[in-house]
Design a binder for this molecule. Sequence first.
Ligand code: PLP
Length: 342
Amino acid sequence: MFTPSSPLPPAPLQPLHFDWLQAAGVQAAILRLDLVDPLITGNKWFKLKHHLAAAERAGARGVISLGGAHSNHLHALAAAGKRFGFATVGLVRGHAVETPTVLDLQAFGMELHWLGYAGYRARHDADFWVPWRERYPHLLPVPEGGGGLNGAVGCAEIVEQARSQLGNLRWGDYDAWWLACGTGTTLAGLVLAEAGQHEVIGAMAVPEGHGVEGNVEDILASFASKLAPTGAASLSKSSTVAQRDQQPLNATLPASCKPQGYRLLDASRGGFAKTDAALLDFIARHGAESGIPLEPLYTGKALLALHEEVISGRIANGTRLIFLHTGGLQGKRTFESAREYR
Ligand SMILES: Cc1ncc(COP(=O)(O)O)c(C=O)c1O
């Protein structure tokens, strides 16, 4: 049993009232994914959902994945493992440190292996997973951040959560999404679900050229290729957990989905996890004014990037935006040492 028997509660869609939005005639609402669960929070449940379903289908006993010493992904995965009773192993960047996140991972029962920095950089090598698969043949490897097509297909469900609540705002429709990107998986899910109906704007928490562009393209291309008839994959009982997961994803998205309708902009402010006084001040003021908790690596940077676009007049009067709160508040506990995040 890898997943809850009933779905997590829907994220509330709440109006955002900031004077700079009002002055520009821009309406915005925030989809509070940070409120869906105290631990499996933000975009994490959506990203993990199909990975966990794949693990269950493959008869795995658990999941092995990667992240940093403040990783929101490992935190949610370890919490899910503890709650639903499956094994979790975390391959962690760097050398052993006791961050609040790491202490939680251990308390949730995740087995940790510290890979160092060079060891962690090798995660993209073709043979990276070989020794881990040999060591943990009954665990399903899940990519960093719960990414890939499985992650994106889960995130596609976010769109319906917002659409079903438009009436509460007295909105007949909306123009675009605005969200933070780390790997681009969440954005790719929204793009797939929107199929070009509404633009999806990704505020990158990493600088341009750090992989988001390629990840999004890969996911969209992979989705397109999985729709092509491949013949049913027959799953041999003797195959490994990872091989058994290679069956075509039974995608829940319409076949008409076309990869289009998104734009990426650099919101990293000089680098992933780099913070500065203007950002921290913006977050503190906007958090206090709205009552919405913000963290400085993803949602805070995305909101500041939106603010910059709005005050510079690049968003037309009358635009209606849905801003996504992707969670990550657990990581806020140690953002002073923010370079280690993710
Ligand atoms: C809190 C939070 N928000 C946003 C993101 C970005 O999501 P994605 O990697 O799907 O672009 C992440 C993870 O990378 C995250 O932890």
